[in-house]
Design a protein around this ligand. Structure first.
Ligand code: BMA
Length: 902
């Protein structure tokens, strides 16, 4: 019998710098799964850690020891064994039953199964979990282990706990304690399933699954380990109507059952095919039970299946959903260096990826529904791979199940990030145990495409001054090159493994060598500006990104600064990156002057982030197959913050989200610099060939065609074609007032010959029409002038509103229609006002009639929604400063180093 123990918990501080009002409050109700911060918040004892500068006020929580208590009723049910199963304890914990210590733990990433057969008694029992301060533990451990380099301010590398919980360059320093994942009491008799590992292969259309089953027997000692003893057991597995059964004699604790499915339907990454899944059922029966014993299979975790009391005579059961596909990582050599390409079902998949961080600094709050929302957004942005970054967590089962269902590949880092790690005890055993737990738990998922040893630690050792600081101490190399690959080979033998990201498969090369394997590029953000993406030629861009603020609604809900400015107190707390504001400014200046109002600053930085994302993703895709993937840093945020995310901490889409989605179009046409000229790249990420004529036209900003031509292209399925633009079309007469349009079907690329700030972009003249319909509005905007990157910032008028597209560039006479989902009564005049309906033109200095931006206003809830609105402005076109075209970068210089972290 298995039941959750989530009720009637309390938590109280037992030692530490506790403020008097918390001390006086005594025990408060605790949510399990949960964490101290959210319990204190719910009890009204602390302010919301995500607002203003509250993070600073709450540092004492991580320095305090906390005690959770509840009671557990035990009724006689004929069990031989009773076990407490903690799916996650955060982190340094002592577990007591009736005052007796039954376990001591120090690893947030492990599952603990504690034998309490002797400690529990029939009737009421007390259960207590006391957490010692993780900050103090890590501080002590860092001295005991020997100091090792790390980024940020706490030695997170001395403790097995979510690294970014100690603060990151996008995350708050809110060090948690708590029972952060489910806890259950499992009483059972005779034997139970210990682990199930389905190893899937496909050959000639036939799928096979080797189901590795380990059991624990009640007679085998009370150590909670896989153990022998007791009588014969019968293990059966079933898939697609086929069943196999085997007997497990008393001296055996494990077996492998092989099942085959003919004409198996293949699981594919999204965009490449469907995601058929098959139910796999495993059943454990006593050996003397009749063959038709009632099954007890239930859906559950792989490493630790959730079970119901065995119906009928079955002892235990498990059901998982598996998918059949082949998977490999191509790291073969070629004339350019060493590839890094994901190959699924023998097709090379161009990775349109994003990096994933914990979706909440308090990760227990991320429910299945929230995972589903975020993954829907990822899918909507055209993402086919998420990299679960090594400074976070092994996500909950729900995350991977939702990725399976959507065809989103998962690259899972082991949890080592930007630091050196001790390879001695006590850390070593923790690393091994945690890897075993999580490899076993996650192997069932077809979406899981790669195990990766660490984030940036190979690079750190090579470039960040570690050897001197380590002074001969271990740094984790043995984990990445030996321990972890051996565990993957043992437990999950068909899944690729890489030692790190970035990583060069070529043993003599620098880990971030762009010609060999995966690379991270941070020089572009740190120093060079986003057009410098085009200087790179990575084989696989595993990390690169550009900062922007959260949406206005998210920012204003989090910060009460008056005035709110880029440097007001709350803004500085919610910008964690080293020199973040300076880099934002320096990265803006080649394109726009620095705005003078907060609303313009917010739009300019949001737009600049979107431009950077578009530039990087389109360019890397245009390089395929030389480059086999782009994994943008980063998809999501864990709180409201200025960051590289495209979806902000409240789950709202930033303008960069739309840029990512457009740049991920299955059929992309993009214009790229090519030496002194230009090329058009067609990227066909679809199963059908893309043939036809690309219409090219060089036009004045007023729409006049100055030069035109067509290029016939034939772009086979899943391929990229680059074609040089004829010189007369690729060369502007007046760079400041001309654009190049490349169009094939509905796919269009627009190339501006001048940066906005040096261009003659006029004051925007647009007319808008707003129609109310079920669930929202349709907004049609027609341009009378050229408008660049027209965007409707709907969150500024309704924080719950979502618009379906953004960043459209229109020539005079062209229109765009957007669908806005909103339940609010929106005033069309406000919706079409210049601080809501935005474009790049508004940021170009010297534009006559440039709207004076005020902070976006909330809409008047009384106002009705009329059907149309007047033109936004009627200013004449300006004659702005002329300038040279953007320096079209085609150089090959590569700066693969990253500034050493502090
Ligand atoms: C990447 C990540 C993180 C960091 C990001 C932005 O390398 O691995 O360390 O948040 O850079 O600096």
């Amino acid at each position: 019998m298995l039941r959750t123990l989530h009720d009637n918990w309390t938590v109280r501080p037992v030692a530490g710098p506790v403020p008097p009002q918390v001390d006086a409050a005594g025990p408060v109700p605790a949510t399990v799964p949960g964490t101290v911060h959210t319990d204190l918040l719910a009890a009204g004892l602390i302010p919301d850690p995500y607002l203003d500068d509250n993070e600073r006020l709450l540092g004492w929580i991580g320095l305090t020891d906390w005690r959770y208590e509840t009671t557990v009723e035990l009724r006689p049910d004929g069990h031989d064994r009773a076990e407490l199963v903690f799916d996650g304890l955060d982190t340094v914990a002592r577990v007591e039953v009736n005052g007796r210590t039954v376990a001591e733990t120090r690893n947030m990433h492990r599952t603990y199964r504690i034998d309490v057969t002797d400690a529990l008694r029939t009737g009421t029992n007390t259960l207590a979990v006391t957490f010692s301060s993780a900050v103090r533990y890590a501080d002590r451990a860092s001295l005991e282990q020997g100091a090792r380099p790390h980024v940020n301010h706490h030695p997170y590398n001395a403790i097995r706990k979510m690294a970014c919980n100690f603060g990151w360059d996008w995350g708050p320093d809110l060090v948690t304690a708590g029972i952060w994942r489910p806890v259950r009491l499992h009483t059972w008799r005779t034997a139970r399933l210990a682990t199930i590992r389905p190893v899937v292969q496909v050959e000639d259309g036939r799928g096979t699954v080797d189901v590795h089953v380990d059991v624990v027997r009640a007679g085998g000692g009370h150590d909670g380990q896989v153990s022998a003893g007791g009588g014969d057991l019968r293990v059966s597995a079933e898939i697609a109507g086929r069943e196999v059964t085997t007997m497990l004699p008393a001296d055996q604790t494990g077996t492998v059952l092989r099942l085959a499915v003919d004409d198996v339907r293949l699981w594919w990454p999204r965009g490449h095919g469907g995601q058929p899944m098959y139910d796999l059922t495993v059943r454990l029966d006593a050996g003397d039970a009749p063959g038709d014993a009632a099954g007890s299979a239930t859906t559950g975790r792989t490493a630790d299946p959730t079970r119901e009391p065995a119906a009928g005579r079955g002892l235990d059961g498990w059901t998982g959903r598996i998918g059949f596909r082949t998977l490999r990582l191509d790291t073969g050599a070629d004339e350019h260096g060493t590839r890094f390409a994901f190959v699924v079902n023998d097709r090379t998949i161009f990775v349109k990826g994003a990096n994933w961080i914990p979706d909440d600094a308090f990760p227990h709050r991320v429910t299945r529904a929230r995972y589903a929302d975020r993954l829907d957004q990822a899918a909507d942005a055209g993402v086919n791979l998420l990299r679960v970054w090594g400074g976070g967590i092994y996500e909950a089962d729900d995350f991977y199940a939702e990725c399976d269902a959507r065809g989103i590949l998962v690259w899972q880092d082991f949890l080592f990030s930007c630091a050196a790690y001790s390879e001695e005890e006590p850390l070593r055993s923790e690393v091994v145990a945690e890897a075993r737990d999580n490899i076993t738990r996650l192997t069932v998922h077809p979406s899981l495409a790669l195990w990766n040893g660490c984030n940036e630690n190979l690079w750190g050792y090579a470039d960040w001054g570690w050897p001197e600081r380590l002074d001969g101490r271990t740094w984790g190399h043995g984990y990445y090159t030996q321990t972890l690959p051996e565990l993957v080979a043992e437990l999950d033998p068909t899944r690729p493994y890489t030692p790190g990201s970035p990583w060069s498969p070529h043993p003599d090369r620098h880990p971030n060598d762009p010609d060999h394997g995966s690379t991270h590029d941070w020089e572009v953000w740190n120093r060079l500006g986003y057009t410098a993406y085009r200087r790179l030629r990575p084989r696989f861009a595993a990390e690169y990104g550009w900062q922007g603020p959260p949406t206005w609604a998210t920012l204003r809900a989090a910060l009460s600064d008056e005035p709110l400015t880029p440097e007001s107190p709350g803004m500085l707390v919610h910008q964690k990156a080293a020199e973040g504001n300076v880099k934002l400014t320096d990265g803006l200046l080649p394109h726009f002057r620095l705005p003078t109002t907060m609303a313009d600053w917010h739009w300019a930085m949001s737009l600049n982030q979107a431009r950077a994302v578009r530039t990087g993703v389109e360019y890397f895709r245009s390089l395929s197959p030389h480059c086999a993937g782009s994994v943008l840093w980063q998809l999501n945020d864990c709180w409201p913050v200025v960051s590289w995310a495209v979806v902000d901490g409240a789950g709202r889409r930033k303008p960069a989200f739309y840029a990512l989605r457009q740049a991920h179009a299955d059929r992309l046409v993009t214009v790229q610099p090519d030496g002194a000229g230009l090329r058009v790249a067609l990227v066909n990420d679809s199963a059908e060939p893309w043939t036809g004529a690309v219409a090219l036209s060089r036009r004045g900003y007023d729409g006049t065609v100055l030069a035109a031509g067509t290029l016939d292209v034939d772009c086979p399925a899943w391929s990229t074609r680059n074609v040089v633009v004829p010189a007369d079309i690729a060369t502007a007469d007046k760079a400041a007032s001309e654009v190049l349009i490349a169009q094939i079907g509905t796919a269009r690329a627009v190339w501006f010959f001048a940066e906005d700030r040096h261009s003659d972009l006029p004051a925007p003249i647009v007319a808008g029409e707003v129609r109310r319909e079920d669930g929202g509005y349709t907004v049609t905007v027609t341009a009378a002038t050229i408008v660049r990157d027209l965007t409707l910032l709907v969150d500024t008028v309704d924080p719950a509103a979502v618009v379906d597209d953004a960043l459209r560039t229109l020539l005079p006479g062209e229109s765009v229609t957007w669908r806005v989902t909103s339940d609010a009564d929106l005033d069309p005049d406000v919706l079409l006002s210049p601080t809501v309906l935005r474009c790049a033109n508004q940021l170009v200095e010297g534009v006559p009639g440039r709207p004076r931006s005020a902070d976006p206003r909330p809409v008047d809830p009384q106002s009705a929604a009329p059907q149309s609105a007047a033109p936004q402005s009627a200013a004449p076109q300006s004659a702005g400063p002329q300038s040279a075209a953007e320096d079209l970068i085609s150089g090959t210089s590569r700066d693969s180093s990253r500034n050493p972290r502090p």
